[in-house]
Design a protein around this ligand. Structure first.
Ligand code: ADP
Ligand code: MG
Length: 451
């Protein structure tokens, strides 16, 4: 185990940071500088102490906590921490200088905040103007204006970006502010780790002495009673001390299932700001900003193509640009509209496939059974036509919004009862007939309708 894997190194680093954030005193920092990770074997992680006295103090002072943090940050694959003593002559391997001159706690808290997410990189448009203004206000006057600030909006619309920007802005102004950012999942995991290690006092202390708490994705608290209870107390003590609380969610407080009434009331007691999907101008501006940050030459027709095709999720919009620029740079070619069409074809096709039409279904079914589309619409009652016809009607019913009468009409002016009958026959047979099931699955996949 002389070569520490980067995963072990990373897990160790995170664990050390967690311990520092709980017991941020100089003594603990000092002890931690005397330890270095060796790696893990099975579920045991081994760290080496610079000498015997350091090993003993470390075990006594923060051994359990460090172990708990390793369990947590390894996702449970580590269960034990073993602290051994280094052989003499190995002392220069210890990163004493680096850790002891380690940043103060606000910088270690800062690690969780994504530093790249700042206000100047956030594009403001009609869809997020209000949430942005509220965020700026809260960053400049924490605890005074809107407390709590509750930001809600769909996936990939910039909630995390915005709340990290608040945290970063606060730390830029007042570097000593104790800003804590975490997702409600991490809050729960830390709580579980603390409970398991019998470290609830430390857990409580840690959260109750923050100045600015940002809890991302509170919808994950749904149904987690113990976590909600603990968060309720954390919330109250911070709120009473006039500390700022910022929350995000993909739903409005009322719509979060399994959220206790008292928490819901707290969440609704401050300012609620929503983020909607960006309009086309905002999407174009986001792409331009992204291109500028990444130093890409993005022609306006390509920007338009991307903005038109990725409407409802900024992460996907940005992802499309990243994908495109990766292709361009691999081929040593510029970003052009032809390249964009080619590279993003499958994504774009997938999207239009969701707009499955009756015609598309009729075409797919007749191709599959090697008959003519006209046969499906004809009066033919021969079995090799009626069977595909029933399948096609069934698919139309399940993959389009068309009503029975409309479907009937589009199948050569048949009565809606025929369509109902066909759908029932197929639904019933599918349950007992694996071949039919497979045929339907194949057709649905061809249509892009199987999710
Ligand atoms: P959410 O937390 O709502 O799921 P994120 O904050 O993770 O969304 O945003 C997804 C990606 O989109 C991030 O890379 C973020 O920087 C970017 N993004 C979202 N909205 C904007 C915006 N208005 N301006 C610039 N980038 C944005
Ligand atoms: Mg997020």
């Amino acid at each position: 185990m002389d070569k520490v894997t980067s995963t072990a190194q990373h897990t160790w680093q995170q664990a050390v940071e967690s311990v520092v954030s709980v017991l941020g005193d100089d003594d603990t920092q000092e002890i931690l500088t005397g330890l270095r990770p060796l790696g893990s074997q099975g579920d045991t992680f081994t760290a080496e102490a610079v000498d015997r006295s350091c090993a003993e103090t470390a075990r006594k002072r923060c051994g359990k906590l460090l172990e708990g943090a390793l369990v947590h940050h390894s996702g449970g694959s580590i269960r034990h921490l073993d602290i051994t003593v280094a052989r003499s002559g190995q002392q220069e391997l210890f990163p004493t200088q680096r850790i002891s001159s380690r940043p103060n706690r606000s910088t270690s808290d800062r690690a969780a905040l994504q530093e790249k997410y700042t206000f100047d990189k956030f594009i403001v448009g009609a869809s997020n103007q209000f949430a942005h203004a509220a965020s700026v206000a809260v960053a400049s006057q924490p605890g005074e204006t809107y407390n709590p600030l509750f930001i809600y909006g769909g996936v990939g619309l910039g909630k995390t970006h915005l709340v990290c920007a608040i945290g970063n802005d606060v730390l830029d102004r007042e570097p000593d502010t104790r800003v804590v950012y975490l997702s409600s999942d991490s809050f729960m995991n830390e709580l579980i780790a603390a409970l398991r290690r019998d470290r609830m006092d430390e857990f409580k202390r840690r959260f109750r002495k923050v100045d600015f708490l940002i809890l991302d994705d509170v919808q994950f608290l749904a149904g987690r009673e113990r976590t909600q209870e603990e968060f309720f107390h954390t919330f109250n003590s911070l709120y009473e001390a006039r500390k700022q609380i910022v929350l995000t969610s993909d739903k409005f407080p009322k719509e979060i299932p399994g959220l206790e009434e008292r928490l819901r009331n707290r969440f609704e007691s401050g300012l609620i700001a929503d983020i909607q999907a960006p309009d086309i101008e905002t999407r174009l501006a986001i792409l331009e900003k992204r291109a500028e940050i990444d130093g890409l030459a993005l022609p306006s027709d390509v920007a338009m193509f991307l903005a038109e095709n990725f409407e409802s999720n900024v992460r996907e919009l940005e992802g499309s640009l990243t994908r495109l620029s990766a292709h361009a740079s691999l081929n040593g070619a510029p970003i052009t509209i032809e390249l964009a069409r080619r590279v993003l074809k499958s994504f774009v096709d997938n999207r239009t496939a969701r707009g499955i039409t009756i015609e598309l279904i009729q075409k797919a079914v007749s191709d599959y059974f090697h008959i003519q589309r006209a046969d499906l619409l004809s009066k033919s009652r021969s079995r090799h036509i009626t069977h595909p016809r029933q399948i096609a009607m069934y698919l139309c019913r399940n993959h389009t919004d068309a009503s029975f009468p409309v479907i009937g009409d589009r199948f050569g002016g048949r009565d809606h009862t025929t369509v109902i009958h066909a759908t029932q026959v197929i639904s019933r047979r599918i349950k007992h007939d694996p071949t039919l099931r497979e045929t339907i699955d194949k057709l649905a996949t061809r249509l892009g309708g199987s999710e």
